[in-house]
Design a protein around this ligand. Structure first.
Ligand code: SAM
Length: 213
């Protein structure tokens, strides 16, 4: 869901720095060949992730939910020379598509793909991260947050996507709608967490930035 007018989004894209041709091609091929292309980060969100990453200059990034690798490549744009991004995806059928684009990028060696359930993969990662991008499996957002906070460096950023959930967070959630129930709780937990300073941005489907203090 887009919260602002299509024409204004086009205007914002036109007046922002362009994404690379590789990212344009990735977007195009995701739309043509892959199921659920709506899961792809939008162009503006991609430029935003890249911008934030360039400000932070991270050594280590973790992405939860690789999908076709668009967010991975955008976030990687800010990595320092010997920086690394770990990205987790449960659907192994996406590996071939990801690899095609990762190999074409100049930063193939900086990307480590993990295939499996994020809950089990995160537990095994023995690293501290400067940026974590949470973008999969909404019903486990609070569980991911609890696992991630100890692995975030002080001053590190947790970026959480879809926190407005197409506006459903404003309504009473149905009993079986675990995603909405969890997202509403998650937003409240982020707001009141003693170790986090959070700003919820109404970019696309809602993007929260939480800084570990
Ligand atoms: C919204 S997409 C990610 C989009 C990507 N980050 C981007 O910026 O384009 C979410 C992805 O998370 C994956 N996923 C869902 N549940 C998962 C889980 N439990 N562990 C790891 N990945 C999961 C889905 O298969 C899907 O590819």
């Amino acid at each position: 869901m887009e919260f602002i007018d299509e024409a204004l989004i086009e205007y914002a894209i036109k007046n922002s720095t362009d994404e690379s041709d590789l990212l344009k091609d990735l977007r195009k091929q995701t739309n043509q060949k892959i199921l659920h292309p709506r899961m792809l980060s939008s162009t503006i969100q991609g430029r935003f992730l890249s911008f934030i990453s360039k400000l932070v200059q991270p050594q280590n990034i973790l992405e939860i939910g690789t999908y076709t690798g668009y967010g991975t490549l955008c976030l990687s744009e800010g990595l320092v020379e010997n920086g690394q991004i770990d990205t987790i995806e449960i659907n192994e059928e996406l590996l071939e598509f990801q690899n095609y684009f990762f190999k074409k990028s100049k930063i193939r060696k900086k990307i480590t793909q993990h295939i499996g359930s994020a809950l089990s993969v995160i537990n095994k990662l023995n690293k501290k991260f400067d940026i974590v991008f949470l973008d999969a499996d909404k019903s486990n957002y609070i569980n991911y947050m609890e696992l991630i906070i100890p692995k975030l460096k002080t001053g590190g950023l947790l970026i959480s996507d879809n926190v407005l959930w197409s506006g459903k967070v404003l309504k009473k959630a149905k009993k079986k709608d675990l995603d909405t129930i969890t997202l509403k709780k998650f937003n409240a937990v982020l707001k009141s967490h003693p170790n986090l300073e959070t700003v919820l941005l109404p970019i696309r489907d809602g993007l929260s930035l939480s800084r570990k203090i």
